[in-house]
Structure formats: structure tokens, C-alpha cells
Design a binder for this molecule. Structure first.
Ligand SMILES: [Cu+2]
Length: 122
């Protein structure tokens, strides 16, 4: 699995642009910051929150999945290249990645077979 990021400079410039627009601090599950979009994910008793919400991110912006789970799982990001993360039965596991190409990409719980969030990259 390759995690190279050829458009690093573009990502940095976009991060600057994002910082000019401010952030939605204080909102419940999603908090945007100039540096990264953090998506808080909770898996418990065979269910997952959030469940299919759309999260908007910038091309090349860091996306951090902050996962708390009571069971092992595998989280897939259906981008190209795809990202796969091994989830343990632990709180506050962080997985950070970015997506360079615009589009909408599903983040899926492999064990539960459900879409957690859709990342709308533009
Ligand atoms: Cu998948």
C-alpha cells in the first residue's frame, strides 16, 4: 500500500486557504481546524456513529479519523489509492490521511458493512 503524496505543496496552499475561512469550533461530532478535519467515530454494540453523514474536506487536507471502538474492525476509505485502517477495541485511535482528487468517497466499516461518513473532497 503506497501512501505517497505527490501534491504536498498544493495541500499546504489549500491549508492556508482553509485557515482564512475560519472554523466551526464547538460543533458536535465534526470539528474543522486549519490543519485537519477530525471525524469522531464511535463503534459500540455493533452500531457506529456517525452513520452516512457527509463531511466536506479540501483536496490534500489532512483528515483524521478519531475512533473509539468496543470491537476490532477494519475501516476502509474508498479513495484511490484506498486507505485501510486496523481498528482495535480501544478508545481514541487516530488514523490520518488525505485525498488529492475531488469527488465523494465512502468511509466504510468492514465488519459492520455500513458507511460511516462520505467524504466530499473539493
Ligand atoms: Cu471497503
Amino acid at each position: 500500500m503506497s501512501l505517497t503524496r505527490p501534491v504536498r505543496l498544493a495541500g499546504a496552499l489549500l491549508a492556508v486557504a482553509v485557515s482564512l475561512t475560519g472554523c466551526a469550533a464547538g460543533s458536535s461530532d465534526f470539528s474543522a481546524s486549519p490543519a485537519a478535519v477530525v471525524v469522531k467515530i464511535t463503534e459500540q454494540d455493533g452500531t457506529v456513529e456517525p452513520s452516512g453523514d457527509t463531511v466536506k474536506v479540501e483536496q490534500g487536507q489532512d483528515i483524521t479519523l478519531l475512533v473509539s471502538s468496543d470491537a476490532e474492525d477494519e475501516i476502509h476509505v474508498h479513495s484511490d489509492p484506498e486507505h485501510e485502517f486496523e481498528v482495535k477495541a480501544e478508545d481514541d485511535q487516530e488514523f490520518t490521511f488525505s485525498i488529492d482528487d475531488p469527488g465523494t468517497y465512502e468511509v466504510e466499516s468492514h465488519e459492520l458493512g455500513v458507511v460511516i461518513v462520505k467524504l466530499q473532497v473539493s
